[in-house]
Design a protein around this ligand. Structure first.
Ligand SMILES: C[S@@+](CC[C@H](N)C(=O)[O-])C[C@H]1O[C@@H](n2cnc3c(N)ncnc32)[C@H](O)[C@@H]1O
Length: 250
């Protein structure tokens, strides 16, 4: 998979992509991350990329012609199922694990970072999706792009060991609690079942804990995740307290 990031500040990406899982995925050619400097497509001798907003207001707005030229240069496919141009904007759809999984199946993901006061609204005509990382404002699209790239790369086939991501939080429930040494810390003990060596019972316990935690902390996820998996777990949740059957079986 290829991820192209269109930015005015490519140097901001030095570091975050040079460690851990992303570095390994890049080294193993599982992902190719390309940083494109929007400035190279600026207008005239001074490579102008922005201007004052029409109608007045503070700050500078990135120009539509410059961004369109940059996007066109970077696009490889015409098929939207293989390639998506995504604009990072606080007014976009809220990013989540499902969107990350969809992006990870593309051949080419193009992330367009705004900066300064924002971008000319006409750019929206030339992108496939608009994505926000949450209801807050970051200085530019660079940190949102890093965050999205990180969560997408770990979902690309081959980036992590088989099976690792399928039990992580938001797949679709919250992950069960995990423990390591020491077995006892002050008066806090690791649950006995995890020391039993009985993998089938441990598996059931983890599934039940996953549902219990989701009910307690994020019941909205449970509503979305009802289905065959929940039905299979019905047997595991005996003793979990007062759970509405609606939460367990669809
Ligand atoms: C300072 S922000 C502009 C905010 C804009 N004036 C507004 O109020 O909606 C500059 C750039 O940062 C990026 N950005 C800021 N917050 C974001 C968020 N929550 N999600 C995704 N991108 C964001 C966008 O690319 C945006 O164009």
């Amino acid at each position: 998979m290829k991820i192209s990031i269109l930015t005015l500040f490519p140097k901001m990406f030095q570091g975050p992509f040079d460690h851990s899982i992303i570095k390994r995925a890049r080294d193993n050619k599982i992902v190719n991350i390309e940083l494109i400097n929007i400035r190279n497509f600026g207008i005239g001798k001074h490579k102008v990329v922005d201007d004052k907003p029409y109608g007045g207001g503070t700050g500078m707005i990135l120009r539509v012609d410059v961004l369109k030229k940059t996007i066109d240069k970077v696009k490889v496919f015409s098929n939207k199922r293989r390639e998506k141009v995504v604009l990072l904007t606080p007014t976009g759809n809220k990013f989540n694990q499902k969107i990350a999984a969809n992006f990870s199946r593309l051949d080419h993901l193009i992330l367009v970072c705004g900066h300064y006061e924002g971008i000319d609204a006409r750019v929206e005509e030339f992108v496939d999706e608009k994505i926000s990382i949450g209801d807050f404002i970051t200085t530019g699209g660079e940190i949102p792009a890093m965050l999205i790239t990180d969560s997408v790369v770990r979902l690309i086939k081959g980036a992590l060991k088989e099976g690792v991501v399928s039990k992580e939080s938001f797949s679709p429930y919250l992950e069960y609690p995990q423990y390591t040494k020491p077995r006892r810390y002050k008066n806090l003990r690791v649950p006995k079942i995890l020391l039993s060596g009985n993998h089938s019972r441990i598996d059931k316990w983890q599934n039940a804990q996953s549902i219990r935690k989701t009910i307690k902390l994020r019941p909205d996820l449970l509503e979305k995740g009802v289905g065959r998996r929940s039905r299979n777990w019905q047997i595991n949740i005996r003793g979990l307290g007062n759970i509405k059957s609606r939460h367990i079986i669809d």
